[in-house]
Design a binder for this molecule. Structure first.
Ligand code: NIG
Ligand code: FE
Length: 398
């Protein structure tokens, strides 16, 4: 057992508030938090544990990045330039760039190449405290390349973090298909095989005028349900398609982006208990001006998560800490809401209830920061105060 002793703990234990424990301690038993509380109330078994002094450092739950597209080939920096010259994300996609350009580069990349590139990106996220990571496929759009991406995502787990894989073949129409309905039929056929290979933890789709309609997404969700797989949705990013209502009807774990979410969509998410995942990196990089309906989400009690949405096009960021700051500055989340979004609500968006808080019985995934108060993590930007990252009780360094 390890005794992490004498730090300021931000437990996020209740449904609101930081859950601060000044001069606190954590007792870690294998991969689990055995006890969390004030030093003054240490249980007797702490006497035999290996002592690790926190020296007043700040401790938070490990960060959960619940929406990424970390595995891909190529770069889309030229599209950044095109957008600066006035082209929109949708214009670029319609002209054959965007997702389809990354599909070409990903199909051309070998598994070791994809793994090497994705490992670098995962290490960057880990260096800012990520202990659980979701990775989507969706740049293969054929059975073999989607499988390759998902295998690479699974292998990232060897770096020292939990990886949840999401099958996102309904991301764009690949060039070899003329008809979107035919492609959706193929996507639904590939899924059981990938699932049997143990490559799929959840299923996602892109519901948008430049991607797939709610009716097409519903077919993918039905295929997921037949396998007992949870679903998520890229919804209302560029327009209101009613994707949130569809996702809620399928008891989706999360709906992501949501800038154009309608009042009816908010109510649907609230009733289904679906998490709203906000992606300030994509909002910022696309110079979006339509804000997600934060006040309505709050009022309806929809849990809010935030994530990097790392991808080569709309959100090429590898900084979860910057997302904390942007969630506050751009979306007006409070620092506490932002941190909950990147911990306990991020975990919920992945269907994981065993992490995201510093509470006895949860997994021993936590971060030690150079700082006094957790609000500093959101207030600062362009600075990484991580001192140490602990994942399943293993000290991983910073
Ligand atoms: O989450 N919106 C769709 N999918 C990704 C972007 C994919 C891309 O541009 O390569 C997103 O923003
Ligand atoms: Fe995305």
């Amino acid at each position: 057992m390890q005794l992490w002793h004498g730090g300021r703990l931000c437990t996020l234990a209740g449904d609101s508030g930081w859950g601060l424990i000044d001069d606190g301690a954590l007792l870690v038993d294998g991969d689990t938090l055995r006890w969390v509380g004030p030093v003054a109330e240490l249980p007797p078994e702490a006497a035999a544990a290996e002592l690790i002094e926190l020296d007043g450092a700040l401790v938070t739950p490990g960060l959960v990045d619940c929406h990424t597209h970390l595995v891909y080939g190529g770069s889309r920096a030229h599209e950044f330039e095109q957008r600066l010259h006035g082209a929109s994300y949708a214009d670029i996609a319609k002209a054959g760039g965007g997702i389809r350009s990354t599909v070409a580069a990903t199909r051309a990349a070998s598994e070791p190449e994809l793994l090497a590139a994705a490992s670098k990106r995962a290490r960057a996220l880990m260096a800012e405290g990520v202990t659980t990571l979701e990775v989507k496929s969706g740049y293969g759009l054929d059975a073999a390349t989607e499988a390759r991406m998902l295998r690479v995502a699974r292998q990232l787990q060897g770096l020292g973090l939990t990886v949840r894989t999401t099958y996102l073949a309904a991301h764009a129409l690949p060039p070899e298909f003329a008809d979107a309905d035919d492609y959706i039929a193929a996507v639904c056929l590939w899924l059981p095989d990938l699932f049997e290979q143990g490559l799929v933890d959840g299923v996602d789709a892109f519901c948008e005028h430049i991607a797939f309609s709610p009716a097409q997404v519903a077919r993918v969700f039905d295929a997921a349900r037949r396998l007992g797989l949870p679903v998520k949705l890229h919804a209302e990013q560029l327009s209101d398609q009613g994707g949130a209502q569809l996702a809620a009807a399928h008891r989706a774990l999360s709906c992501d982006h949501l800038e154009y979410l309608s009042p009816a969509g908010v109510q649907a998410l609230a009733q289904a208990g679906t998490v709203a995942v906000l992606l300030p990196g994509a909002f910022y990089a696309l110079r979006e001006t339509q804000l997600p309906p934060i006040a309505a989400l709050r009022e309806a009690g929809v849990p809010i998560a935030i994530a990097t949405d790392h991808n080569p096009g709309s959100s090429p960021t590898l900084s979860p800490l910057l997302m904390l700051n942007m969630a506050c500055v751009l979306f007006r989340l409070t620092p506490e809401e932002a941190l909950r979004g990147l911990t306990v609500n991020g975990a919920r968006a992945l269907g994981l209830a065993d992490r995201g808080r510093l509470v006895a019985g949860q997994r021993a995934d936590f971060c030690v920061w150079d700082g006094e108060h957790p609000r500093e993590l959101a207030a600062c930007f362009g600075h990484n105060p991580l001192k140490e990252r602990v994942q399943q009780g293993l000290r991983g360094g910073a």
